[in-house]
Design a binder for this molecule. Structure first.
Ligand code: HAM
Length: 414
C-alpha cells in the first residue's frame, strides 16, 4: 500500500484543527496590524534562493528539493518564503514609491532534512515581512505583532534571543578575525566546518556538532565589530523592547542559517519543544531587495513553524475543541424531512450542527456520535415531532432533556 513520502504527512483530525485555529488567529492578528496576505508559488527558479539564502548555507547546499522541469528550467520547491516574496515584490513593482509594505503569508515549505520530532521535509510556515522602513521602531512593531499572536494562542515559556550581525561593510573585519580564530584550532572542527571556515565562517557558529560547539569557546563576537550606526540601531531596539515589556536575551552567537540578514537577527525558542526548540526565526535584510534586482528597500520579518506551534498547542490545550458540537438524528421518514428544513434554518443562523442522513437506528447513530466526540445528540422521533421538541442527549454526561425547537439555537450557543 502506498504511504505518504518520507518527511511529509497528511493533516487531519486534531492536528488539522490546531492548524486551522492557528491560521485563523494569525490572519486576525496580522490584518489588525495592517499586514496583507500574499501567496507566492511553491516553485521558484533556483537562482532566487542561491542569491538570497546563500550558496554556502545548509539550506541551499544540502536541503533543496530541486529538479529540471519538462521545459529544462532548474526549479526548487521553496525552502522558505522570504526570497519568493521579495522576488514577487520586485516583479510586480510593488516597492517603487517608497511606501511601506506589510505582508504576511501562510504555506508549505520544503527542506530535505534529517527527520526528527517537529522536523519535517514538508512543513508549514506563517511569516510576516515589513518592507520600506529601516528603523528599530519598525522592528519593534513587527515583533509586537508576533508576540500578540503568540499571546492569543496562550503560549508561554518562550525566549526571544537577539543579536546584531552588522552590515556588509563591517562584516569583513569580523570575518577575518573569526576565520583566524578558527584556523588556529582547525583540527578541532568537523569536516563541514572546514568548508565553512573558507566559504562563510559565520556558519561555523551554527554548527550543531558538540565538538565544534566546544571549540568555539572564547571566539570573537560580532557585536565588538559593529559600525557606529549598527551599534546605535541595536541599542535602540533593546531600549524599545525593554520599554514594551518584551523580554529578550542577547546571544552573540546567533547568526541564523540564511545569508541575507543585516543588523538585527533573532529567534524565539520554546523550552517545551525539546531538541527542535526554534519556533520563530527572523531579522532584518536590508540588502536583499536590491541584490535580487529591485530598488534599495530595507526590510524586516520573521517566520514561525506552524507544525511546531501545533505541537505546543496540543501540549498546552490537549484536544482541539470538536466541531460541530451537535448531531441531529431524525427517526423515520417524516422526521427526516423536518430535520433537513430545521438544519437549514439553524445553519442559516450560523449554528454548527451535523445531520445524520443514513437513516440508521438510534443506537447506531449514537455510537457514531460518541466515537466522534459529539457533545449533543438531538433526537427527533415521531413523539418529538408532535410536541415540537427534540430530545437533547448530553453524550458526555449521559443526561437527556427536551428542548423546544425554537430554543435549540440559544441552548447550543451556551
Ligand atoms: P528559518 O529559521 O529557516 O527562517 O525558519 C523559521 C521557522 O520555520 C523555524 O524556526 C521553524 O519553526 C520552522 N522550520 C524550519 N525548518 C523546519 C522543518 N524542517 N520542519 C518543521 N519546521 C521547520 C526562515 O525561513 C526565514 N525565511 C525567516 C524570515 C522571514 N526572516 C526574515 N523574514
Amino acid at each position: 500500500m502506498a504511504q505518504a513520502v518520507k518527511g511529509t504527512r497528511d493533516l487531519f483530525g486534531n492536528e488539522m484543527k490546531w492548524f486551522q485555529r492557528i491560521e485563523d488567529t494569525a490572519r486576525r492578528v496580522c490584518s489588525r496590524h495592517g499586514y496583507e496576505e500574499i501567496r507566492t508559488p511553491i516553485l521558484e527558479e533556483i537562482e532566487v534562493f542561491k542569491r538570497s539564502v546563500g550558496e554556502s548555507s545548509d539550506i541551499v547546499n544540502k536541503e533543496m528539493y530541486e529538479f529540471m522541469d519538462k521545459g529544462g528550467r532548474h526549479v526548487v520547491m521553496r525552502p522558505e518564503n522570504t526570497a519568493g516574496v521579495v522576488r514577487a515584490m520586485i516583479q510586480h513593482k510593488l516597492l517603487v514609491n517608497n511606501d511601506p509594505r506589510l505582508l504576511y503569508y501562510i504555506g508549505p515549505m520544503f527542506r530535505y532534512e534529517r527527520m526528527q520530532a517537529g522536523r519535517y521535509r514538508q512543513f508549514w510556515q506563517i511569516g510576516a515581512e515589513s518592507f520600506g522602513v529601516a528603523s528599530p521602531e519598525s522592528e519593534a512593531e513587527n515583533l509586537m505583532m508576533l508576540f500578540a499572536f503568540l499571546r492569543e494562542l496562550g503560549l508561554k515559556h518562550l525566549n526571544l534571543s537577539i543579536n546584531s550581525v552588522g552590515t556588509p561593510e563591517c562584516r569583513p573585519a569580523f570575518h577575518k578575525a573569526i576565520r583566524e580564530f578558527f584556523q588556529a584550532r582547525e583540527e578541532r572542527f568537523c569536516e563541514d566546518c572546514h568548508r565553512r571556515i573558507e566559504a562563510n565562517p559565520l556558519r561555523v557558529l551554527d554548527c550543531k556538532v558538540p565538538g565544534c560547539q566546544a571549540a568555539l569557546a572564547g571566539h570573537p563576537v560580532i557585536t565588538d565589530y559593529l559600525d557606529e550606526a549598527s551599534r546605535q540601531h541595536h541599542a535602540r531596539l533593546k531600549e524599545l523592547l525593554t520599554a514594551l515589556g518584551i523580554p529578550f536575551e542577547e546571544n552573540p552567537r546567533l547568526v541564523r542559517g540564511l545569508d541575507y540578514y543585516t543588523r538585527t537577527a533573532f529567534e524565539v525558542l520554546s523550552s517545551d519543544l525539546g531538541a527542535q526548540s526554534a519556533l520563530v526565526g527572523g531579522g532584518r535584510y536590508d540588502g536583499l531587495v536590491k541584490h535580487l534586482g529591485g530598488p534599495e528597500v530595507p526590510a524586516f520579518g520573521w517566520a514561525i513553524g506552524l507544525d511546531r506551534l501545533a505541537i505546543l498547542m496540543q501540549q498546552l490545550h490537549g484536544e482541539a475543541p470538536l466541531n460541530p458540537p451537535a448531531l441531529l438524528i431524525p427517526l423515520g421518514e417524516a422526521a427526516s424531512l423536518k430535520a433537513l428544513t430545521l438544519a437549514q434554518d439553524w445553519w442559516d443562523q450560523g449554528l454548527a450542527i451535523q445531520l445524520e442522513t443514513r437513516g440508521v437506528n438510534l443506537k447506531k447513530a449514537l455510537t457514531s456520535a460518541n466515537r466522534q466526540g459529539t457533545r449533543f445528540a438531538l433526537i427527533l422521533g415521531d413523539s418529538e415531532l408532535e410536541k415540537g421538541v427534540v430530545a437533547a442527549r448530553n453524550l458526555g454526561a449521559g443526561t437527556q432533556e427536551e428542548w423546544p425547537l425554537e430554543e435549540v439555537p440559544a441552548r447550543l450557543r451556551n
